[in-house]
Ligand binder design. Structure first.
Ligand SMILES: *[C@@H]1O[C@H](CO)[C@@H](O)[C@H](O)[C@H]1NC(C)=O
Ligand SMILES: *[C@@H]1O[C@H](CO)[C@@H](O)[C@H](O)[C@H]1NC(C)=O
Ligand SMILES: *[C@@H]1O[C@H](CO)[C@@H](O)[C@H](O)[C@H]1NC(C)=O
Ligand SMILES: *[C@@H]1O[C@H](CO)[C@@H](O)[C@H](O)[C@H]1NC(C)=O
Ligand SMILES: *[C@@H]1O[C@H](CO)[C@@H](O)[C@H](O)[C@H]1NC(C)=O
Ligand SMILES: *[C@@H]1O[C@H](CO)[C@@H](O)[C@H](O)[C@H]1NC(C)=O
Ligand SMILES: *[C@@H]1O[C@H](CO)[C@@H](O)[C@H](O)[C@H]1NC(C)=O
Ligand SMILES: *[C@@H]1O[C@H](CO)[C@@H](O)[C@H](O)[C@H]1NC(C)=O
Ligand SMILES: *[C@@H]1O[C@H](CO)[C@@H](O)[C@H](O)[C@H]1NC(C)=O
Ligand SMILES: *[C@@H]1O[C@H](CO)[C@@H](O)[C@H](O)[C@H]1NC(C)=O
Ligand SMILES: *[C@@H]1O[C@H](CO)[C@@H](O)[C@H](O)[C@H]1NC(C)=O
Ligand SMILES: [Cu+2]
Length: 560
């Protein structure tokens, strides 16, 4: 009896061990990325664009949680270039993060660099993109991190999965547009189309071949992995006749909820389940911008088609009800529904004791520019500091103790307190220009309030932090009140993500534990604002132990 029990439980333990071995086995996923120029045709025009492996969008990276990913990026284009793996935490491994002049010097024409990283403790939909100039307009693609083998999703297993990458398309060369706008100090021209998997759809001319169609079978559940690779526009996304169940944001499972539309800021990802339970037919899928202030925006709608199998192409698809450009009511209710799953398996480890309180004003301004059109140029600033990229990568300067590249005195608070979101201050206030980093001791808990400003106008700024996810514990309209607002923070199940849109004329409070040593860029993910200097970086110190310290740089790290 005892023996039997013993052998039973031994057998059980062996089984468990076998299971553990199976689920902890990690694979090596190798990719070759040839960055090359290719002539691509859209909207009746052909133009050369920078691509990876000649594809637009580029190839998808597949991995499982725990895997190692090795990508040999070879640059055959005329531009210096680097690639960022957006949302991958790159624990101790900033060398593989990718933002040019932050964690590495760019890969020069004709050279290669091997990005080598582990996908640790995260799973879901992320993406990769060029992180220099405006090259990410065409140099981007999906990253799909599957759960460990044998570990199910915390929601019903979908019958199939599809990736949907939203983007923006310009007739002209984006690099010409960017450099002309910069030399004149004015905003660059708006995109000419939005795209769904690289295609603008039939609302645009010459689009017969340029419409993304996803064929589906009736009565199945599809998981759509939706990525916003747009440069300057936040996008609504919906499907005619079908609701979506949101299950994941920025590669973090969330509390599921049903919705008829989504909002994605540039850089964000959202996984949804769609049940194909409608009359077999053809249904438009639409992406159009959200903009709640009178700032010019590319207001055109990209469409794709959800096509039930067997339905002929002659059937005219039905259009979903389009949200109005400034539907702040929808945006608020959508954001209110976003919560962490906060299950025993996926707890929301929100920092409760805060070591460091940061208050950053984020917004636009104007600085003198004698050579510009109006004698001034648009700038972005955080705490009145306009970030300038160095000519030596910050991470290398930090690791090799090269002095004179940056200072670590980024202020915790703005120099002056004013009515941040009050009447527009049209005056040319000017900013300090510099490469100043916010210095954070290892493993500190940080609360950062991002406060929008109205120095030339209010606007929603989607902020992205490299190296970390963070919890969005609070947000509001107007000025953050440090005495009153923390009382309404959600410290139980706040959404966790890597990119968050600070509301127009308002603030957002985020929390994270600084347990990943290195230099981590934080910036507005509107490319136009990053270009203007709406960015900064955190310098997170090493811990005491070797395993809490930055790894040494790889041998092939590109030189400047
Ligand atoms: C791209 O295609 C257009 C139209 O077919 C053509 O005029 C142009 O020469 C091509 N450019 C290159 C670099 O192949
Ligand atoms: C990366 O690719 C280039 C071009 O194919 C090749 O020359 C180089 O040897 C590769 N690097 C590694 C480490 O495989
Ligand atoms: C990836 O994981 C392997 C195995 O644990 C380890 O040897 C390697 O150093 C890790 N690489 C990085 C870049 O963290
Ligand atoms: C430049 O100045 C003119 C005249 O004051 C004004 O109308 C225009 O809007 C300004 N342009 C920009 C980009 O600020
Ligand atoms: C889908 O399910 C509905 C309801 O269960 C059923 O009426 C319909 O026939 C099914 N359609 C197909 C194509 O199986
Ligand atoms: C979508 O959800 C709304 C609100 O719950 C509901 O009224 C509507 O009937 C749903 N539509 C479909 C096609 O299920
Ligand atoms: C889109 O913007 C253009 C120019 O900014 C404007 O003329 C047009 O009326 C707008 N269309 C819609 C549907 O808002
Ligand atoms: C800030 O400005 C807004 C709008 O002009 C005004 O409603 C608010 O009362 C001002 N707040 C303070 C503290 O002055
Ligand atoms: C920002 O800094 C500039 C230059 O030091 C100064 O003139 C300006 O008053 C400051 N603006 C604010 C809002 O603090
Ligand atoms: C970071 O701090 C937390 C809370 O004090 C502690 O539990 C954890 O072990 C620390 N992590 C490291 C790597 O020191
Ligand atoms: C590429 O980078 C190198 C080294 O930083 C620099 O000398 C060169 O001018 C850059 N080329 C371009 C086209 O920007
Ligand atoms: Cu911005």
């Amino acid at each position: 009896m005892v023996g039997c029990c013993f052998s039973c439980s031994l057998w059980f333990l062996l089984c468990l061990a076998a299971l553990f071995i199976v689920s902890s086995e990690s694979a090596l996923n190798r990719y070759q990325f040839d960055v090359q120029v290719k002539n691509v045709s859209r909207l009746c025009h052909a133009k050369p664009i920078v691509t990876v492996n000649g594809r637009f969008p580029g190839p998808t990276i597949y991995a499982r949680e725990g895997d190692r990913v090795v990508v040999n990026v070879t640059n055959y284009a005329q531009y210096n270039l680097s690639i960022h793996w957006h949302g991958l935490k790159q624990f101790r491994n900033g060398w593989a993060d990718g933002p040019a002049y932050i964690t590495q010097c760019p890969i020069q024409s004709g050279r290669s660099y091997v990005y080598d990283f582990n996908v640790t403790d995260q799973r879901g939909t992320l993406w990769w993109h060029a992180h220099i100039l405006w090259l990410r307009a065409t140099v981007h693609g999906a990253i799909v991190v599957m759960p460990k083998r044998g570990v199910p999703y915390p929601f019903p297993q979908p019958d199939a999965e599809l990736n949907i990458v939203l983007g923006e398309w310009w007739h002209k060369d984006v690099e010409v547009i960017e450099s002309q706008a910069n030399s004149l100090g004015v905003p660059p021209s708006l995109s000419d189309a939005h795209t769904i998997n690289g295609k603008p759809g039939p609302l645009f001319p010459c689009s017969e071949k340029h419409t993304y169609a996803m064929e589906v079978e009736s009565n199945k559940t599809y998981m759509l992995r939706i990525i916003s690779a747009a440069l300057n526009d936040q996008l609504f996304f919906n499907i005619a006749g079908h609701n979506m169940t949101v299950v994941e944001i920025d590669a973090v499972y969330c509390r599921p909820f049903s919705t008829h539309a989504l909002l994605l800021a540039p850089g964000q990802t959202t996984n949804v389940l769609v049940r194909t339970n409608q009359v077999p037919g053809r249904y438009f899928v639409a992406a159009k911008p959200f903009m709640d202030v009178p700032i010019p925006v590319d207001n055109k709608t990209a469409t794709g088609i959800l096509q039930y199998k067997g339905v002929p192409n002659s059937v005219v698809p039905s259009m979903p009800p389009l949200l109005s450009k400034n539907d702040v009511g929808f945006v608020k209710s959508f954001n209110d529904k976003l919560r962490s799953l906060n299950s025993p398996q996926f707890p929301a480890n929100v920092p409760l004791q805060i070591d460091r309180h940061l208050f950053f004003t984020v917004g636009l301004g104007r600085d003198p520019c004698p050579t510009c059109l109006n004698g001034t140029r648009f700038i972005g600033a955080i705490n009145n500091i306009t970030f300038t990229l160095p000519t030596v990568a910050l991470l290398q300067a930090h690791y090799s103790r090269i002095s004179g590249v940056f200072t670590r005195d980024f202020p915790d608070r703005p120099p002056t307190v004013f009515n941040f979101t009050g009447a527009p201050l049209k005056a040319n206030l000017g900013t300090k220009v510099g490469t100043r980093l916010s210095w954070i001791p290892f493993n500190s808990t940080v609360e950062l309030v991002l406060q929008g400003t109205n120095l030339v106008g209010v606007e929603s700024h989607p902020f992205h932090l490299h190296g970390y996810n963070f919890f969005i514990v609070g947000r509001g309209i107007g000025n953050f009140d440090p005495d009153k607002d923390p009382a309404s923070f959600n410290l139980i199940d706040p959404p966790e993500r890597n990119t968050i849109a600070v509301p127009t004329g308002g603030w957002t409070a985020i929390r994270f534990r600084a347990n990943n040593p290195g230099v981590w860029f934080m910036h507005c993910h509107l490319e136009v604002h990053t270009t203007w200097g709406l960015s900064t970086a955190f310098l997170v110190e090493n811990g005491d132990r070797p395993e809490d310290s930055l790894l040494p740089p790889p041998m092939d790290l590109p030189p400047c």
